[in-house]
Design a binder for this molecule. Structure first.
Ligand code: TPP
Ligand code: MG
Length: 409
């Protein structure tokens, strides 16, 4: 499939213009209406929590902007053939990521899939190191060995980054089992796509987590599409959170376009998990572009694509900030350009980072050297493996059928 059929400069621009230029609503917020003469003590509490929520919403929005600008820039570099391999972007899932990561504690562990750049940023990895990983450079989060789908950052307890659909789920369940043995406050969050709920590992993991009361929250990012197949066409029970019932597991569905709702839901689910009740959370998100950057998403009608664009979470949150009076147009514009600058700086850092030396290509393939095996792949033209000396056998020495084996190595 030709890359030219993917994210064009015009396309990215249309996504980049995420902020609907709406007027601030004249209607005051619920909490603001309660302040002033006649306000009750409860109103003061309400107002304080409204302020805290506005502050949190601003932080989430700025993170969402960073993810959006980062992803758009990565998409451009990919279509310019500066980034190789696959590239799956988080365009449309920014609110979900901000809320999920925001609801976790720094000591919690996150296992996710190949659509994870935003999660790496949200967990606190430097944008430059995340971008350098996409470029396959030594300063990358996985030293350039992992690329887009395999980001690891132990410092921020980001445990990958997996290209095999559902591959992260048994590992996350195992990590939760280790925590259960060890004791303590930590918990595990395992995110996945909607299509992943039809993989065997999903059911095996939920079953064991429920049987053993593990501190794990399974989070489904329901962007309504596997690669190109809708949930309705692929899942007999399209209300995916209801699948938890098979395992007597608690579950909920949340609006994945609302970062505060996702934040609250994640905190609640993690609270339950820490108390030994694993949880299945389903967040309804949207995928603004194709499955990966090379997918023109021609299986979606124009109407469906337009509907997806109308659900852009950035436009929603910026509108809400204006309505709440938590930000004005100038602030929104300033935050946009700060996010632009951060993505540009990440790109510059990545391009300046050296490529790993060629002879380190197979380093870290094995945790420990495997006995009697070359570290290089046999037949690899870069690292020729010395041919094995051929043994010529004297005539008549070959074993005949039925005789004890004279094994010829
Ligand atoms: C075991 C396995 N089967 C198939 C694939 C190919 N594949 C990659 S992503 C994907 C769709 C997954 O959809 P979903 O879980 O909804 O995640 P999304 O990409 O929408 O985030 C498939 C089938 C794979 N990587 N691994
Ligand atoms: Mg999906």
């Amino acid at each position: 499939m030709a890359r030219s059929a993917t994210v064009t400069a015009r396309d990215t621009k249309s996504i980049a213009t995420t902020r609907a230029r709406t007027r601030p609503a004249t209607r005051p917020s619920r909490a603001a209406a309660k302040i002033g003469p006649g306000a009750t003590p409860d109103a003061a509490v309400d107002a304080a929590s409204a302020t805290a929520n506005s502050q949190r919403l601003i932080e989430f929005y700025r993170l969402m902007l960073l993810i959006r600008r980062f992803e758009e820039r990565a998409g451009r570099s990919y279509t310019s053939a500066l980034i190789g391999g696959y590239l799956h972007l988080n365009l449309g899932e920014e609110a979900f990521i901000a809320g999920t990561a925001g609801g976790m504690e720094p000591t919690d562990y996150l296992f996710t899939n190949y659509r994870e750049h935003g999660f790496a940023l949200a967990r606190g990895a430097s944008p430059g190191r995340v971008m350098a990983e996409l470029y396959g450079r030594t300063d990358g989060l996985s030293k350039g060995w992992g690329g887009s789908m395999h980001m690891f950052d132990l410092n921020h307890r980001l445990m990958g980054g997996y290209g095999i659909v559902g591959g992260q789920l048994p590992l996350a369940t195992g990590a939760a089992l280790a925590i259960a043995y060890r004791g303590g406050h930590e918990a595990v969050v395992a995110t996945m796509g909607d299509g992943t709920t039809n993989i065997g590992a999903f059911h095996e993991s939920l079953n064991l987590a429920a049987l053993w009361d593990l501190p794990v929250v399974f989070v489904v990012d329901n962007n309504e599409l596997g690669m190109g197949t809708s949930v309705e066409r692929s899942s007999a029970q399209p209300d995916l959170h209801k699948r938890a019932a098979s395992y007597k597991m608690e579950s909920a569905r949340v609006d994945g376009l609302d970062p505060l709702a996702v934040f609250e839901a994640t905190r609640h689910a993690l609270g339950r998990a820490r108390a030994g009740h694993p949880f299945l959370l389903e967040a309804m998100t949207v995928r603004l572009k194709g499955h990966s950057v090379v997918d023109p998403a021609s299986y979606r009608s124009k109407g469906e694509s337009a509907k997806a664009r109308s659900r852009d979470p950035l436009a929603r949150v910026s509108r809400r900030l204006l309505e709440l009076g938590a930000a004005n147009e100038e602030q929104l514009t300033a935050w946009e350009s700060q996010a632009d600058d951060a993505a540009a700086a990440a790109d510059k850092f990545a391009r300046a980072s050296p490529l790993p030396p060629v002879d380190s290509l197979f380093d870290h393939t094995y945790a420990t050297p495997v006995a009697n095996q070359s570290r290089r792949l046999p037949g690899d033209p870069l690292f020729p493996v010395p041919p094995r000396p051929l043994r010529t056998l004297p005539v008549g020495s070959l074993p005949t059928a039925g005789t004890a084996s004279a094994v010829v190595p």
